[in-house]
Design a protein around this ligand. Sequence first.
Ligand code: MG
Length: 449
Amino acid sequence: MKLQKRLFGTNGVRGIVGADMTPDLALSIGLALGSMRKGRIAVGRDTRTSGPALAGALKAGLLATGCDVTDCGILPTPALQFLVRNHFEAGAVITASHNPPEYNGVKVIEPDGTEMGDEQTVLLENRLFGHRFDLVPWNGAGSEQTAPDLVSGYIDAVVGQFPAGIGEGKTVVVDPGCGAACFTTPEILTRLGCRVLTINGQMDGRFPGRLPEPSPDGLSPLCDLVAATGADFGVAHDGDADRAVFIDENGRYINENQEFALIADRICRETKGTVVTPVSTSLLVETVARRHGCDVRYTPVGSIYVARTMLALREAGTPVAFGGEGNGGIIYPSHQYCRDGGMTAAMMAAILAGSRHPLSVLVDQLPEFTLIAGKFTVDDPGSLITAIEKTYAHESIDRTDGIRINRNDSWALVRPSGTEPLVRVIVESPDAGTARLFYEEILEQVRCV
Ligand code: MG
């Protein structure tokens, strides 16, 4: 289950620069992390304008507590995660992922390359709020080096996951959104044999082309470019490139659950095992996985829970096919146990290389589901969940995260936000009418509390 944290959310600390996210806070995180982890720590960042100041403060905290710091410069979060697993005792990325330019944050990376889990994060927060920092004397201070070239090891690793030249004959338009993947995803795809065009391909923390969230409204220039150039697909990342979303050859945005299902279709065909994903993911993924004899394990919402469950299953000797979230964040255990947008871009090239059909046809061949989602302000989300649990006591209930009601082929999820007085409601059914009725039924419950 999830542990309540005071400062960190599901994906690290985030806040508005100069208000919640300050050099003071970054320094404290560095001091706390450096007091908990010894040895060589890798630091990286996305392209945000506030990155250098926050990285400088974080590094100061690490150095003052005796850690040796390697500054890897600007690179995707999954690239830093890969480097930490192979070369370092811990890591930290200065990023606010998909948030607007005025935000920034810190993600802490464990030695195995995964994001720091709840228990260690609570220990880090306790140190931070209690000012319990192990400052070292002059002869214990850490040293700093820069290593902007280490990122090439990540590119090599992704390329090495696929047969040589698998992308030959394919044209791809890459939209890194002026974020951290400007130099990685285009190179990965080029080395796989693709012809690569870019839009928003220059690093720029003001994000002049579009916001870091790769949502359909910001991607119309990418959609137009894909259609105009006759490309096989377009790919866009969020600001730190742990997620990837796709545009088909006609310039149509592909829903992330459909993307997840296409990848499930490819991986589960060859790799039998469990697919791990949060309870908020479309049944489409489970439907496709089961066709290939794979089962699905559901986790709380948050990529760290997916990654940790995958690791626990592996530890227990249960084969894991792959994992991911229905937002374009996919985890490939043959590569590493974290979401990886560059790897997902490469995977799409591989899917199309093995297909007689263009991407639009592959998407249209998927089973259809209707998913309805909304969020609602609720004074007391806890009592709402309790009330729903009572009302639906006679039905199949899952308390993995919030409350999920499974009814025949349909399901409904009511999930309180960790930070605000609101709940998120998701309902899905293979039948549009059933989905609508089920959604109304759940809203009735929400309104009653
Ligand atoms: Mg991200």
